[in-house]
Design a protein around this ligand. Structure first.
Ligand code: HEC
Ligand code: HEC
Ligand code: HEC
Ligand code: HEC
Length: 469
């Protein structure tokens, strides 16, 4: 096609000296550029040609474009996460196709940093794109994690993709992220030794898992499972290392942060024991119009799949939906009560510090805040906990409630010793009042973000960073 066009152009524009000749040449060149551009953009992905059903369903996650503003739903979390970027913006997850665009646009990842500043680690790209394992290979793991998030933005060209879960160009499953390979070995489930059922869950577990950035190793991603993957095991690991994510600006607590421990919660569920995995519920077998069965790659809500999967063990959709609803309400109610206690504890600690309390006096209550908030977070950050493992969810929240009650009793004794009779608590009735309490001005952050998007992302980043915006 292109050769033919060049040929015709050369012939027609031979009388170059004439004005028409030049016009024809210019018009021809323009057409040539346009044609080769459109040929390029229509160029099919080899995975699309080879596996059209899997590809089309993978692409269809773009239809799941809704997410909820979690800070508006429970503004108390703004106080609990004060001092970290989680207090700025936090939305519930949506379809895989948005992963790169959402991490680009969230206020959490901020804007480009000033020359000489380190800023946010590139590790934030790790669970969004197959470009992350590619860059780890090219730059070395610590070369990648030591780089700045914004500086690698122009390198990101695809979103949660075939090669994140498959050996490229085939159906064989794999874990391209080295830290995930290590983590599965730590809990004695090395990927290579598992059957395809467990391997299916493990590919999801590369990203749907809790992690932290290792400060002593250039912020590389690590999954803290040396002692095991329960909240107690992970807490023991962090406590032994005296690790913390940030010092809470109100109470001076060294805070631990959980991130979406879906794999952990699922792994201890009744379903896991029966061999029911993420794939059974979120990626069921379906058939195309020719009757060919394939795995549905439109990873979405599981209740929509009731007739394809749950029905083999649960007889009534209504009954199951009601069970889920009850579990969700129960967990939410316990969490909302606990948050109020945690917020109070942070301010009671502040009042004690302000009145001259010392570390030997405060140690027990500060550790109680750390441990209670860790369990609250390990439950709250786990999307779908009420479906995946409601029993563990309730247990986490009740232990946390006991811990914070103990911590507040200790604080009450310290406050009495210091003759403090009144503690000021913040207004956390809305996202706005809670933001005001920690001195965060959302409008300013949005303005700075918009300028960054316009100057950097719109001009220099791949369109995948704009999906949905
Ligand atoms: C998030 C992980 C993930 C991504 C991304 C992903 N797959 Fe899969 N894929 C799976 C899992 C899990 C299975 C089921 C494997 C099993 O049960 O043995 C599967 C199965 C398959 C199969 C086997 C046939 C079938 O339908 O069961 C093919 C082929 C396939 N995927 C192609 C693709 C292609 C092409 C892409 C990219 C457009 C892709 N996959 C993206 C996880 C993924
Ligand atoms: C490479 C990392 C990665 C892998 C692998 C991965 N996910 Fe995700 N997943 C994400 C991210 C990031 C989001 C949130 C995207 C957003 O909100 O922009 C997400 C969102 C989701 C959602 C929410 C969808 C919605 O519409 O609300 C579900 C469900 C989900 N993933 C399940 C799975 C399952 C099941 C697997 C394994 C087959 C899997 N994920 C594998 C990163 C990953
Ligand atoms: C027994 C079936 C089942 C299994 C197994 C399961 N899930 Fe879920 N998952 C659900 C249900 C039900 C929900 C609640 C939302 C809905 O109605 O689908 C959910 C919710 C989620 C969400 C939150 C979606 C959102 O938009 O808030 C994510 C993410 C998720 N699951 C990932 C996983 C991962 C990863 C695994 C494996 C480690 C897994 N799930 C195992 C049934 C299951
Ligand atoms: C292979 C059988 C099997 C399949 C498939 C299955 N479940 Fe279950 N499920 C069980 C068993 C067994 C239990 C525990 C006994 C009970 O509570 O009924 C259970 C319990 C539950 C519970 C109660 C809470 C809990 O974890 O104990 C929920 C909610 C649930 N399943 C949701 C689902 C959903 C949603 C699907 C489909 C997306 C599904 N299940 C698919 C076997 C299955």
């Amino acid at each position: 096609m292109i050769n033919l066009l060049v040929d015709v152009m050369m012939k027609v524009s031979r009388p170059l000296r004439s004005k028409t000749g030049i016009t024809i040449l210019v018009a021809g060149l323009a057409l040539l550029t346009l044609t080769s551009w459109s040929l390029q953009s229509e160029e099919l992905d080899p995975n699309q040609i080879k596996f059209p059903n899997q590809f089309a369903s993978w692409e269809a996650t773009v239809e799941q474009d809704e997410s909820e503003d979690m800070l508006a739903q429970y503004p108390a979390s703004i106080i609990l996460w004060a001092g970290s970027s989680f207090a700025k913006e936090y939305h519930s997850p949506r379809g895989h196709q948005f992963a790169v665009a959402d991490v680009t646009h969230t206020l959490r990842t901020g804007v480009a940093v000033a020359e000489g500043d380190k800023g946010l680690s590139a590790s934030c790209w790790t669970c969004k794109t197959p470009d992350a394992p590619r860059l780890m290979k090219q730059m070395g793991i610590e070369g990648y994690s030591g780089a700045n998030f914004v500086d690698l933005g122009r390198e990101i060209k695809s979103v949660v993709y075939c090669s994140d879960c498959h050996v490229d160009g085939s159906a064989e499953l794999t874990l391209p992220r080295p830290y995930a390979q290590d983590a599965m070995a730590k809990i004695k489930l090395p990927f290579d030794k598992q059957d395809s059922t467990m391997q299916g869950a493990q590919v999801c577990g590369q990203c749907h898992v809790t992690y932290y950035f290792q400060p002593e190793k250039s912020n590389k991603v690590n999954i803290p499972w040396i002692f095991g993957s329960t909240a107690d095991d992970i807490e023991k690991y962090y406590d032994t290392r005296r690790f913390y994510e940030w010092i809470h600006p109100i109470s001076k607590t060294p805070i631990l942060k959980a991130r979406h421990p879906e794999f952990e919660h699922w792994s201890r569920s009744t379903h896991a024991k029966k061999g029911v995995t993420c794939i059974t519920c979120h990626m069921p077998q379906v058939s195309d119009d020719k009757g060919q069965t394939f795995t549905d790659h439109k990873v979405a809500g599981a209740m929509d799949n009731f007739d394809k999967t749950c029905i083999s063990c649960h007889s009534s959709k209504t009954a199951l939906a009601k069970k889920l609803d009850n579990a969700k309400n129960d967990i939410n109610e316990r969490a909302r009560n606990l948050e109020l206690l945690l917020v109070k504890a942070h301010y009671e600690a502040k009042a004690a510090w302000d009145a001259g309390a010392t570390w030997p006096q405060m140690n027990d209550s500060i550790m109680a805040i750390r441990h209670a908030q860790w369990r609250w977070d390990f439950a709250m950050a786990s999307h779908g906990l009420y479906a995946h493992n409601p029993k563990e969810g309730v247990a986490l929240l009740s232990v946390a409630t006991e811990q914070i009650t103990y911590g507040r009793e200790a604080l009450a004794r310290i406050l009495a010793q210091l003759s403090v009779t009144q503690v000021e608590y913040p207004d956390i009735s809305t996202k706005q009042t809670a933001h005001a309490a920690i001195g965060f001005i959302e409008a300013d952050a949005i303005k700075a973000k918009q300028a960054f998007i316009k100057d950097e992302v719109d001009k220099h980043w791949h369109p995948v960073a704009k999906t949905g915006y």
